[in-house]
Design a protein around this ligand. Structure first.
Ligand SMILES: Nc1ncnc2c1ncn2[C@@H]1O[C@H](COP(=O)(O)OP(=O)(O)O)[C@@H](O)[C@H]1O
Ligand SMILES: [Mg+2]
Length: 257
């Protein structure tokens, strides 16, 4: 088998705790993600999911263990990754177009006509053609999050890390953005790690769900989602889908087995 894109072995993270007790957020986490997979990390609020994502992104050093990306030990921030957070974190003074172009500027790839064409095509593909010159404040929350998604994909990232990206949106917008994400993923083949505390969202989107315990988080269960893509809303009402949701509920300790 080929080398996994991500290999995490015995990854733990303890915060020093500024005078108080040290706080262990991530406890001996082991997992792999293969190129092209969409893996959901599902766990209760406060269990350490964001901490683990920050460690994966190289924004936070780990305390013990090892992460390998494409076979090489990970070290430091990764401008070749894309990230989407719960809030869109757009630069308010920049237009939609210039926000999406930003990662290309960091990588010094922004000066070509091809880069400009890519930004326009991405915005078009998420239904934001014609909004290039708008400022973030002129857009709805769902539109802003679509801009953030374009910004995360513009440089064709080796890995897309998404930390509860649709958690602050209303349910209808969230359902639409779930389908948009699957469509973008189908078109690009990007490897995605997607954090959520929503059971149906985790099952709907992913090839596999890793279920985390309460803090300090470790992986309690891995659930393979054997439902073919493309998926559409109706699949949420099938027996297969509901069984997977129940399995996740049990793994989270929400239902006695
Ligand atoms: N920089 C930090 N310093 C100290 N403690 C932190 C820091 N970041 C997160 N924590 C703590 O780590 C735990 C896990 O937080 P987090 O990873 O944000 O959880 P989740 O994303 O699953 O809700 C929490 O108890 C939080 O207070
Ligand atoms: Mg979080």
């Amino acid at each position: 088998m080929s080398t996994p894109l991500i290999e995490a072995r015995g990854v733990s993270k303890t915060f020093a705790g500024g005078g108080g007790e040290p706080l262990k957020a991530v406890d001996e986490v082991d997992f792999e993600v293969r190129a092209g997979e969409l893996v959901a990390l599902l766990g209760p609020s406060g269990c350490g999911k964001t901490t683990l994502m920050r460690v994966l992104a190289g924004l936070e050093p780990l305390t013990t263990g090892e992460i390998r990306i494409d076979g090489a030990p990970a070290s430091g921030p990764r401008p070749d990754f894309g990230m989407v957070f719960q809030s869109p974190t757009l630069m308010p003074w920049r237009s939609v177009f210039d926000n999406v172009m930003y990662p290309m500027e960091v990588l010094r790839r922004h000066r070509s006509a091809a880069a400009r064409a890519r930004v326009r095509a991405l915005l078009e593909s998420v239904g934001l053609g014609g909004f290039e010159r708008h400022l973030p404040a002129q857009l709805s929350g769902g539109m802003q999050q679509r801009v953030a998604l374009c910004r995360a994909l513009v440089h064709e990232p080796a890995l897309l890390l998404m930390d509860e990206p649709f958690g602050a949106l209303d349910e209808l917008t969230r359902l639409q953005l779930n389908d948009l994400l699957l469509e973008l993923r189908r078109a690009s083949g990007t490897t995605i790690v997607f954090v959520t505390h929503s059971i149906p969202e985790a099952v709907y989107l992913s090839d596999r769900v890793l279920v985390f315990s309460a803090r300090p988080c470790h992986i309690d269960r891995e659930i393979a989602v054997d439902i073919a893509y493309p998926r559409s809303l109706g699949v949420r009402h099938t027996a297969v889908f509901n069984d997977l949701e129940r399995e996740a509920e049990r793994a989270l300790g929400l239902e006695r087995a």
